[in-house]
Design a protein around this ligand. Structure first.
Ligand SMILES: O=C(O)CCC(=O)C(=O)O
Ligand SMILES: [Fe+2]
Length: 365
């Protein structure tokens, strides 16, 4: 089997429901996790009518009057939830050319004085005025809840694929109601005519465990980096999610599940905008990855050796995972990406990471 990839494999989730095809699925999953770090998932267990309803809402969400979007701007939120205008997010210090709304699964903030600051990171979303976009909030939450369930089921499959007991990774989640929070985003990438670079989003790794991406519009632009550093297209395939692995999952699986660097190029001049909806699976904020040591069978570890080492990439690294609680690593990531929000809600950390003050793109709201 080739260890370098030139395309992203497609896995069929309907295979999971019968015992015979389930083992074929798990085998393909093992290959995709170890060698690619990305896959398409067809027939995902998320209601087609919810996905379609969400897709229909997306252009209407971005078409809301600017003042309505500004009412729910991210700078209002210590949870980094809400609206980010074009060009207000950084990847590795460079401006991303996208406009987006961060909406998360429902969660009441649990921070109280004396608690670690990272507990402030999870809390309620800011939603657009219901009268302007009736039903959007309920649809988005239904969608997020279904993808959350899929994300847990997928972790079970991943554990099986790596020869672990199916509950081996349960320790990373607190499944009591409302205890976890996972984050979704609705993203718009305008065409090159209206932006000043083609960095839709710069090369990066995702931070957490699994990402489930819905490519809403038919535009290409998403690219993933293979072992020799080439950029491979991952164009939209209707009816699928793109699934990829974050740095936390790579770390706890000792590099078996590959976190693969990826980026989005802006649509060409004259194009309509590209839209997407990623879902990021979080893990417990208080867990330190180094506290959990998983024992993988030798034959599985050999597959990683056969893959060879991943070349250096220029992507953001999340190297702090070996020593800090996961919540703190995530807070640092959010601060670096959204300094204007950090300046307002985390002034000490802001000063630490941005000693010269806010970067060039302008002042905080
Ligand atoms: O919009 C996309 O297709 C991918 C976005 C992404 O990689 C991210 O937001 O982490
Ligand atoms: Fe990403």
């Amino acid at each position: 089997m080739a260890t370098n990839f030139t395309s992203v494999p497609i896995l069929d989730y309907s295979q999971v429901s019968s015992p015979e095809s389930r083992s074929a699925f798990v085998k393909e999953l093992r290959y995709a996790l170890i060698n690619v770090g990305f896959l398409y998932l067809s027939n995902p267990p998320v209601a087609g009518e919810d996905i379609q309803a969400l897709i229909d809402y997306v252009p209407r969400l971005f078409a809301l009057p600017q003042e309505e979007k500004d009412k729910i701007r991210m700078a209002n939120s210590q949870h980094f939830l809400g609206y980010s205008a074009l060009g207000r997010e950084l990847t590795k210090g460079k401006t991303d050319q996208r406009e987006q709304f961060d909406f998360a699964t429902e969660h009441e903030n649990r921070w109280k004085p004396g608690d670690p600051e990272y507990l402030k990171l999870w809390g309620p979303s800011q939603w657009p005025d219901e009268t302007l976009l009736p039903g959007f909030k309920a649809t988005m939450l239904r969608y997020l809840n279904q993808v959350e369930q899929l994300s847990y089921d997928f972790i079970t499959l991943l554990s099986e694929a790596f020869g672990l007991s199916s509950d081996a990774l349960d320790v990373f989640f607190d499944k009591s109601p409302g205890a976890m929070q996972h984050r979704g985003k609705v993203v718009k990438y305008p065409a090159l005519d209206s932006v000043n670079s083609n960095q839709g989003v710069g090369p990066h790794y995702d931070a957490g465990f699994l990402t489930f991406l819905l490519q809403v519009s038919p535009h290409p632009g998403l690219q993933v980096q293979n072992l020799s550093g080439e950029w491979i297209d991952a164009p939209p395939i209707p009816g699928t999610f793109v699934v990829n692995i974050g740095k936390a999952l790579e770390t706890v699986t000792q590099g078996l599940a590959r976190a693969t660097s990826h980026r989005v190029l802006s649509p060409p001049r004259g194009s309509t905008p590209r839209y997407s909806i990623p879902f990021f699976q979080n893990i417990r904020q208080d867990i330190k990855l180094s506290d959990v040591r998983l024992e993988f069978p030798a034959d599985v570890l050999k597959l990683k050796e056969a893959r060879g080492t991943t070349g250096e990439t220029d992507s953001v690294n999340f190297s702090e995972y070996d020593r800090l609680p996961s919540g703190e690593v995530n807070l640092i990531g959010r601060i670096k990406s959204h300094p204007d929000v950090a300046q307002r809600h985390y002034p000490e950390l802001f000063k630490h990471f941005f000693p010269q003050g806010l970067p060039e793109y302008g002042s905080a709201y």
